[in-house]
Design a protein around this ligand. Structure first.
Ligand SMILES: Nc1ncnc2c1ncn2[C@@H]1O[C@H](COP(=O)(O)OP(=O)(O)OP(=O)(O)O)[C@@H](O)[C@H]1O
Ligand SMILES: [Mg+2]
Length: 300
């Protein structure tokens, strides 16, 4: 069977990336050259000349890559700066809660051998968490590779092709691996709470060599280990309802980010199905959750 891959929609602009060498110059530029001035770094990162690079900033957090902790191990600093629009006491409580939740759940996942970054350091009151940097030889500008970016780059590279089952093989294999990893997460009693293709990363099997040629933005491989990140909204539960809703969120997020893959999503559930005892009950519940979702969107 042959599947046609339609021309890709415009990729979203890469998030505000400009390599910076010290925290004094830690401004980042968007691809449209708007200058973004991040809030000051928390201590002790504000008192060092170790290179630090802003790699992403969302509504709540700024993500930096740095070698602050050890020169040969890059790490990710997730900083949740104070939000001026929130009551200061509530803001401190919420930030602290998010950081601690994320750290506790990452530690639990590591113990259960679920692939997540290792926690290296944190200061919940100051709003930061340092974790292992997930490397990919296909990351661009020193960043790692999210599943979102990997899939959209793969699609761009293959946009003019009528792909055979063979060509789509790596995409299908990735979808199955995503299902397996989410099943392992659920089997360990954790609900992610925000499963999207931006919160899944691909770790290269080969550690990229600093002297090797830098990966181009065209070049991409979907192989490698799927690693779950961003546990700020995670919780502990073994309820089928919670697991099913987690899967539903993933299905909806994948559908809106990668609509060209919609027909293949069943493969994620195939990967999920075989991975732990009780997965079938969760998948049955998923059908109910989908039905409720459809009714809700019909009513408005
Ligand atoms: N451990 C990591 N290794 C490599 N890159 C990472 C890592 N953690 C995050 N990133 C990069 O930073 C981006 C944003 O990270 P993350 O999803 O944790 O933040 P966020 O969505 O802004 O957080 P939140 O939703 O909790 O406010 C990711 O999509 C990824 O590109
Ligand atoms: Mg995220």
């Amino acid at each position: 069977m042959a599947t046609t891959i339609a021309a890709p929609v415009q990729e979203p602009p890469l998030t505000n990336i400009k390599h910076t060498t010290t925290q004094e110059s830690s401004t980042a530029e968007t691809s449209t050259s708007t200058t973004f001035i991040p809030p000051p770094l928390p201590a002790p990162f504000s008192h060092t000349t170790a290179p630090i690079q802003l790699i992403a900033h969302g509504a709540e957090a700024l993500l930096y890559k740095t070698i602050f902790l050890t020169p040969d191990q890059p790490c990710i600093l997730k900083h949740r700066p104070a939000k001026s629009w929130r009551h200061p006491k509530l803001d401190v409580r919420l930030t602290r809660h998010r950081i601690l939740t994320e750290a506790r759940i990452l530690v639990r996942c590591r113990r259960e051998c679920v692939p997540v970054p290792a926690v290296l350091a944190l200061d919940a009151d100051a709003g930061w968490l340092c974790s292992e940097f997930i490397e990919s030889s296909h990351g661009v500008q020193g960043r790692g590779l999210t599943v979102r970016e990997g899939l959209e780059r793969w699609r761009k590279n293959n946009s003019s092709l009528t792909t055979s089952d063979d060509l789509l093989g790596s995409v299908r294999d990735l979808l199955r691996r995503i299902g397996e990893v989410v099943a392992r997460l659920h089997a360990s009693g954790v609900i992610h709470g925000d499963l999207t293709s931006s919160n899944l990363m691909l770790r290269s099997m080969v550690r990229p060599n600093a002297s090797a040629e830098v990966s181009s933005s065209e070049d991409v491989s979907l192989s490698g280990e799927v690693v779950l990140i961003d546990f700020g909204l995670a919780s502990m539960s073994i309820q089928d309802e919670d697991r099913a809703v987690d899967l539903y969120v993933l299905e909806r997020a994948m559908g809106s980010t990668h609509p060209w893959l919609e027909e293949e999503f069943g493969l994620m559930l195939d990967g999920y199905k075989g991975s732990y005892k009780g997965a079938n009950v969760t998948l049955k519940r998923l059908e109910e959750v989908r039905m409720r979702g459809r009714k809700k969107s019909m009513i408005g």
